[in-house]
Write a protein that binds this ligand. Structure first.
Ligand SMILES: *[C@@H]1O[C@H](CO)[C@@H](O)[C@H](O)[C@H]1NC(C)=O
Ligand SMILES: *[C@@H]1O[C@H](CO)[C@@H](O)[C@H](O)[C@H]1NC(C)=O
Length: 361
């Protein structure tokens, strides 16, 4: 009897630990850089649920992450001391799992509704935010409106969006509708003004700490090297797009924060991090930042990563896993920079400062 009580006590204690009583909730919105499997449940070609995706994941199986292993949200969850958030569409996202947070991201989407139309059924930003409202209702039914509001207000949020508005919209085909409508600088201003509306909507829905990532050096992805570069130089037009977008993103966040009177939105300028890999891959233990581990054609940058593709034996030596997405190790380094980067990477503060500040409240 006594021993079964002791065991009961241990189980209780473990149960409380595994709730992560301390870990704050984490919500993820955006595109394939952060989708951890929502698109598996959708009729779309934008998916990563077949081998060799997931080859280095703990289960060695594809999960829907666009990575050989873990992705950016997984590493952020680790920093929070939390288990990974489940995709919103996963049937496992019920009960206590709702308290961990949820991932609403969907590969292929952009800031604009017309980005990624070729992928058909993907969850665009307005629908991601509707799903978040639905999640809030489900959580509220379980723990009540007061605790739900508190959980959402105290959560960390990640939004990674914008790259597809260039790659899968403006530059998707020559003379695309958007490129006929807008000169590049005007398009960037339009994107930033639409993104601003999305951020204010997130604020209305209760988000109070939101990491917003920049676009990365779009022109240096193996896909762009294969399609647009003659000599292995990063593709100039896409680099120009990123160079216009990222500083305006920071400016817009600064203006929204001052309007709200609080540093709700934090720019994570992934561009600087990825530029570092690209300029000096060896310093990060990569043998190449130009050639994708998985793919075919020049730089392994053409088409999709499938069972039939070239596959590198050691993924940690490659900055890019496929034609567009960083390797697991690349994702880990990106999150290290989000955690501890200086003003060059993080504005107005890094994640370790956020965690220290918020734990005092
Ligand atoms: C995108 O679609 C949503 C509805 O799905 C709509 O409310 C919104 O105005 C659209 N955005 C733009 C810029 O057209
Ligand atoms: C994070 O940002 C702060 C403030 O900018 C800086 O002092 C610190 O060195 C950065 N890194 C860590 C690990 O806190």
């Amino acid at each position: 009897m006594a021993s079964s009580l002791a065991i009961f006590g241990v189980v209780m204690a473990l149960g409380m630990l595994s709730y992560g009583a301390e870990a704050r909730a984490f919500f993820v919105f955006g595109d394939s850089l952060v989708d951890t499997g929502n698109n598996n449940y959708l009729a779309t070609s934008a998916r990563a649920d077949s081998p060799p995706y997931g080859i280095d994941y703990p289960t060695r199986r594809p999960t829907g992450r666009f990575s050989n292993g873990l992705s950016i949200p997984d590493y952020i969850s680790q920093k929070l001391g939390a288990e990974p958030t489940l995709p919103y569409l996963s049937p496992l996202l019920t009960g206590q799992k709702l308290l961990v947070g949820a991932n609403f991201a969907s590969a292929g989407i952009g800031i604009l509704n017309d980005t990624g139309v070729q992928f058909a059924n993907i969850i665009r930003m307005p629908a991601q935010l509707l799903n978040f409202q639905q999640y809030r209702r489900r959580l509220s039914a379980q723990i009540g409106p007061q605790r739900t509001k508190q959980l959402v207000n105290q959560a960390l949020v990640l939004l990674t969006v914008g790259g597809n508005d260039f790659v899968n919209n403006y530059y998707l085909v020559p003379f695309s509708a958007r490129s006929r409508q807008f000169a590049l600088p005007d398009y960037v201003r339009y994107l930033i003004s639409e993104l601003r509306k999305i951020l204010l909507k997130m604020y209305d829905l209760g988000a109070r700490r939101v990491l917003v990532t920049g676009t990365g050096p779009l022109g240096c992805a193996p896909a762009e090297l294969a399609m647009r570069s003659r000599n292995g130089e990063c593709a100039a037009e896409l680099q120009r797009a990123a160079a216009l977008y990222n500083p305006q993103l920071i400016q817009m966040l600064r203006s929204v924060n001052s309007q709200l009177g609080s540093d709700v939105f934090v720019a994570a300028n992934v561009q600087e991090t990825r530029n570092d890999f690209i300029k000096n891959p060896q310093a990060f233990g990569f043998t190449t930042s130009k050639i994708a581990c998985c793919g075919q054609g020049p730089y392994n940058g053409l088409g999709l990563c499938t069972r039939a593709s070239n596959l590198c034996p050691n993924r940690d030596l490659y900055a890019f896993w496929d034609a567009f997405h960083p390797s697991e190790k690349g994702n880990r380094l990106i999150v290290e920079n989000i955690m501890t980067g200086d003003e060059k990477y993080m504005y107005p503060m890094n994640l370790s400062t956020i965690l220290a500040l918020d734990s005092r409240n």
